[in-house]
Design a binder for this molecule. Structure first.
Ligand code: NAD
Length: 513
């Protein structure tokens, strides 16, 4: 694997393999003047993409043994660099070691184990039903890699968010360019310096890049782009991908609503909500963003939330080793400004030097308040009061579709109603965040919260082109003459009969079903 440090920054010396007039691997039509040509000539990353494409075309990444060896190397990276990961994420955002080990290492390892245990099965051709005409042939779905894929990651879980897609991309047989977030500098450096010594540098590269360089990187033609970040950047990525008709997965964010009914165990709700909201100092895409509950429930929840916060982080969360910090100054100022909405019921203390914002609960909010307009992505929980569940559902449905909807109630019917009558990327009843721990569940957004899904087999499928294949025998030509000109009514009659679907509801079929 190569790192971005190997490559010159845009506007400086060009890497080999992309000098003017040279035919690149990614040229459509043998280097003719195409849109791609114009876009990538002089592009500082064109040589890298071109080299990875040549490696992919060589077929090197396709054998099961190769994929397994690369995946096992990712496992060694996680084991041997565990301490460095904990230190880098602590330096970047004071990530508590427990939270770092759980999310960056253990959840990534779950994905790795799931993939290694199932890869031979996932890779196999899938044989499918045939019709009368193809009964003697072979019809199957080939699990083809896309080719050269780009993974652009966010900073809030800086290892997990590049590694989990990378596991699926390697498992599916692709070559990969990984672009970690530049926000978490220590982790970015660790990835760029350490990862290349674990995996094959002919096929996998780390590019360290800010917005300007990523813009140049995106001018190149990739065969698939997997992006994690905010919805406005998601639009930029999709626009860049559209130029090459490159398919994308967009793992985006938004505001996740959490309905709390009047019938529930208030202490348990408070603990589960506080954990999900204040984990990683609130910088989690699936954190509950705001609660929807009755005024009576709000009055019961406030003391319970205060108690949960003290139980978790002590009387002064600033001194707790288990409470993180905001990632950077810009984000700190953005989150701090959100504190001006409504009324602070719990917390509200800040310290700019440390980028500390106390676990905070805001009440008396109006839908028009700034905090109700944008994703909080910080340790603030807002509460919006509603008259009942119907009003909560209307509130949710009147906004962009979220990454996750949460619902708490001792009555399963209430939880099921919220599930049935709303739309979101995922759903979790009576807890927060925990749905993400299951590799058996697809993870992803819908509408403004994203496009596509991953985790477990869904990651493998995301990075796989499902190629529909029919392999016919060379003989039996007499059968084929039925579809060849000159056409006749008699031939059409036979073709019609061959195409006719079985009547599933005929008495004979119903009896045997
Ligand atoms: P971001 O969109 O600012 O950055 C994400 C990546 O995109 C970074 O690698 C960054 O370098 C790159 N980038 C930023 N601006 C770019 C541009 N103009 N052109 C090209 N590349 C650009 O997001 P962020 O601040 O890193 O992350 C926060 C957002 O990500 C939140 O909205 C959060 O909800 C979302 N998120 C979603 C998930 C998920 O799985 N759905 C996970 C984590 C974070």
């Amino acid at each position: 694997m190569e790192t971005g440090s190997v490559f010159p920054q845009p506007g400086t010396q060009q890497p080999p393999g992309n000098r003017a007039g040279e035919t690149r691997e990614d040229d459509d039509g043998g280097g003719k003047g195409t849109v791609e040509d114009d876009a990538t000539s002089g592009n500082p990353y064109a040589g890298l993409v071109s080299r990875l494409r040549a490696a992919w075309l060589s077929g090197k990444t396709r054998p099961l043994e190769y994929r397994v060896a690369q995946l096992e190397a990712l496992g060694r990276f996680l084991d041997e660099k565990k301490q460095d990961i904990l230190e880098a994420t602590a330096l970047d955002m004071s990530k508590p070691p427990f939270e770092a080990e759980y999310t960056e290492i253990l959840l990534s390892k779950n994905e790795l184990h799931e993939t290694l245990n199932n890869l031979p099965h996932w890779m196999k051709d899938e044989h499918v039903d045939r019709n009368l005409v193809t009964r003697l042939d072979s019809a199957f779905i080939r699990k083809d890699p896309y080719g050269v894929v780009l993974i652009i990651a966010s900073w809030n879980y800086p290892i997990h968010l590049f590694l989990v897609p990378l596991i699926g991309a390697i498992a599916a047989g692709n070559c990969v360019v990984v672009k970690p977030s530049e926000m978490t500098k220590n982790t970015e450096k660790l990835i760029a310096e350490a990862l290349p010594s674990y995996v094959d540098k002919d096929c996998f590269a780390v590019v360290t890049a800010g917005v300007q360089e990523t813009t140049r990187l995106l001018e190149n033609k990739f065969d698939f782009i997997f992006f994690t970040g905010n919805p406005s950047v998601g639009r930029i990525i999709m626009t860049a991908a559209a130029k090459h008709l490159t398919p994308v997965t967009l793992e985006l964010g938004g505001k996740n609503p959490c309905y709390v009914s009047d019938h529930c165990d208030v202490q348990n709700v408070a603990r589960r909500v506080a954990w999900g909201r204040f984990f990683n100092a609130g910088q989690t895409c699936i954190a509950p963003d705001y609660l929807l509950c009755s005024l009576e429930m709000q009055e019961k929840l406030l003391p319970a939330l205060r108690e949960a916060i003290t139980e978790f982080y002590g009387p002064n969360p600033r001194e707790s080793p288990d409470f993180g910090r905001i990632v950077g100054d810009k984000h700190f100022q953005r989150v701090q400004a959100l504190l001006r909405s409504g009324r602070v019921a719990i917390g509200g203390q800040t310290d700019e030097k440390e980028r500390y914002i106390a676990p905070t609960v805001l009440v008396d909010l109006q839908p028009s308040d700034l905090i109700m307009q944008e994703e909080i992505f910080g340790p603030i929980l807002s509460i919006v009061t509603v008259a009942n569940m119907d009003e909560a559902i209307d509130f949710i449905n009147s906004r962009e579709r979220p990454l996750v909807v949460y619902a708490f109630s001792s009555d399963d019917k209430v939880v099921n109603q919220v599930l049935e009558r709303t739309s979101s990327g995922g759903f979790c009843g009576n807890d927060t965040l925990m749905h993400v721990t299951l590799t058996s569940l697809p993870f992803g957004g819908i509408g403004n919260s994203g496009l596509g899904k991953y985790h477990g087999k869904f990651t493998f499928d995301t990075f796989t082109h499902h190629r529909g294949c029919l392999h016919r025998g060379m003989g039996r030509e007499a059968l084929n003459t039925l579809r060849y000109p000159p056409y006749s009514q008699q031939k059409l009659g036979i073709v019609r009969a061959a195409c006719e679907p079985p009547d599933l509801f005929s008495s004979a079929n119903v009896a045997t079903r």
